[in-house]
Design a protein around this ligand. Sequence first.
Ligand SMILES: [Mn+2]
Length: 331
Amino acid sequence: MRFLYITDTHFRGNSPQNRLDDFPQTLRKKMEEVVQTAQSFQVDAVFHGGDLFEVPNPAINVVGDVVRFLKDLRKPFYIVPGNHDLFGQNPQTLSRTMLGLLGQVGLIKILEAGEKVFFEENGIKLQLTGQGYHFDLDTERGREGYLVKNKEADLAIHIVHGMLLDRPFLQTVAYTLIDDIKDTQADLTLTGHAHLGFKEVTVNHRKFLNPGALVRTTVLAAEVNRRPQMVLIEAGRDGITTKLLPLKSALPGEQVLNIEKATEMKLREERLARIKSEVRTSGDFRSLKLENILKEIAQKEQLPEEVRIEAIKRIAQAEIEMAREGGEDVS
Ligand SMILES: [Mn+2]
């Protein structure tokens, strides 16, 4: 059995602020390559990790691009809803979204939580499950959305639109570490949402992979240097193997992203890193969490409470802005 996996296509009718090219046209070319790849490898189905659309109610011509892609593809297409596909990031709004409509008319198959889809070839059975985005997904309560517990086939693939990461990130952003879900029965866990992605990780013979978004919309250095890619999945008697297929149609980051902005960002990052290291070396702080440092300074200097509260508010705002600029789709 063979499958192709892509994620975070963010179909939209105009170009993001940081792009220099005609974004919708570039995306159409990328999707042509996805179609050609799916056909030349004769995959059984194409999987999508969510955020098909930039907004839940895209314009008709944007939907037209997606429908044309699906018609050209002529393969079963399985997807989990991403936060961008939903109103207010709320899964209960699915039936009112364009993604929901495509599912209702049967052009795509939206994987519902707990639902299993089976594939079989040469006596080997594979189950596919998925978990769309929801608010609590990256909390301890939501963790089970990442876990496959009752495998009913020889092999299992699980697709999740959530902030699964291979290493710790900003404390203000909710995320789940691969280590937190290493007991899953899924042989391969595929994720989206974190646009930069991570390299395949194997723990206890379980594989975890996020190839990164198919589109680049921020000017973060890592994003400029990243080439969007697809994942070719082979499943059979020897288990599941994956191969990354970089998009040939994706232009170098410098040609599609506004680098001047990126340079500006890099200077800001360096400045921030310098401030952080100065804070680390100049104070005897019990914690490196900004809020805690602030608390200690406030106590030491006997600052009025309203000053401390105002500072907390500004730090939160700055971190939200940083996370936004950091290429992670947390909003
Ligand atoms: Mn996204």
